[in-house]
Ligand binder design. Sequence first.
Ligand code: NAD
Ligand code: UD1
Length: 333
Amino acid sequence: MKILITGGLGYIGSHTAIQFINAGHEILIVDNLSNSKLDVYKSIKSITKTDFSFEELDLCETKALISVFSSFLPDAVIHFAGLKAVGESVEDPIKYYDNNVGGSISLLKAMEHSGCHKILFSSSATVYGVPEYLPFDEQHRLDPINPYGQSKLMTELVLKDWAKSKETNQAIILRYFNPVGAHKSGFIGEDPLGVPNNLMPFISQVASGRLEELKVFGSDYDTRDGTGERDYIHVEDLSRAHLLSLNNINKIDSIDYFNVGTGSGYTVLECIKAYEKESGKNIKYTLAARRDGDVSISYASANKIKEFCDWSPEFDLEAMCKDSWNWECKTSI
Ligand code: NAD
Ligand code: UD1
């Protein structure tokens, strides 16, 4: 198939691009480089030993996007492009609605124009908000608590109406839990700008000495050791979920929603311990106050995607830490 990947030079998009190339698909990446580097394009080509096209373009530029679609004529789109910093979304919500919702609408216009009817969309567990029960299943109430999460939910709603508007339209919404890890080559991985907000990249940078110490946000949660618990998923498992979902897209009517997580959670202290083991480094940390907006525990019921496309995660926390450390060692030199 011909697959157009938006945001394909970013963290999850780049790993997914490799999986699709290796599976024999022809891909084209569209990315405005707002949170990625051109080097990733070279890395993907060198890892896959395959040449493919890249367009540096903002999704909001509908006219230019239509022209890219008209010449590539994709069979399907995988839509990763979006901004994802929760704190920034609170400070500048319009930027998030403009880029994430506006960019998605522009994308759908270009798809309509070129007769492309299939899309996979990167949504997030953040659309559920505070858990009413656990594990989160796809029926859980949707109530995001910040503009980033709202922009994901709004895009889901736009896609729902789009999918139902024509018999040929099909959309798969993948709600990711906490993607971590890196490609086993160590040549691509998560490369956050500035000080990382998320746990795993922060731990990596403490391990390599780029950052001094980790603050553990909250040690009085109702969990095994009092620290926050999350469902971490290896980015390679997450990427493979895209490949299998697209292979099975004709099983769905118009739109369907799938959690992508492992179904089990690890606490912050468990992550630190696992990372210390894999890296052989001491991770310095202090216990600090809870972070605003954090929930105590979040993990997925991943049964639906398992049944839909026979996907199940292959990598455990050890592998996530090992691959993350391999990437950190290569980038922090
Ligand atoms: P990322 O920032 O590494 O990748 C996103 C890519 O999209 C970047 O390369 C960026 O330059 C590009 N981009 C952003 N806006 C664009 C626009 N208007 N036009 C063209 N390109 C644009 O993020 P990621 O971690 O790879 O996440 C991919 C998607 O998955 C995002 O939509 C994110 O919201 C979603 N998601 C991520 C996580 C996570 O923890 N990483 C969790 C849940 C959902
Ligand atoms: C964060 C985002 C969420 C997004 C998700 C995807 C917030 C409030 N939420 O969620 O919207 O979908 O990432 O990646 O930003 N922790 C520390 N110290 C740190 C960083 C994190 O103790 O320096 C703890 C957190 O309190 C939490 C756990 O580590 O218990 C995981 O945090 P993080 O990686 O930021 O992910 P989420 O909180 O799940």
